[in-house]
Design a protein around this ligand. Sequence first.
Ligand code: ZN
Length: 147
Amino acid sequence: MEGGRIKFWIQVHGIPHDLMDKETGILIGEMLGVLAEAEDPKVDGILRRPYLRIRVSINITKDLPTGFWLDREEMLPLWVFFKYERLPDSYCFNCGILGHEKKTCKNPTDPTKNKHSPGLGVSQRRPGPTMGGGFSKQQGWREEGKE
Ligand SMILES: [Zn+2]
């Protein structure tokens, strides 16, 4: 760990089709930390995978961002969530910080904070999920088949 930052490949899931481009990846990457690389999700105009992939240098002394609510005009907001590739074993699922595991976590579990969501800037004004059910149905194309 240099200076409390680690570079991750991050998969961004739940982005609507019309926003699946490199620019969106860059935007999200700059929101998360220091963007190193954003993959173009399209080859010859065709999506090659159902998520964006960006490489970002993240400050790991704070809890890792897990996602954000994406506001859309005249539509329900979408929960966009991140998957970190090769997340180290030392990631604590209790407090969301790297460096120790959950079983050795000394931070108390905060019952008012059930998700490690640091407010990523895009949708901070949204008070949070009000619709039950979350993101399972509204993501029209969550098939991940073609790996
Ligand atoms: Zn912890």
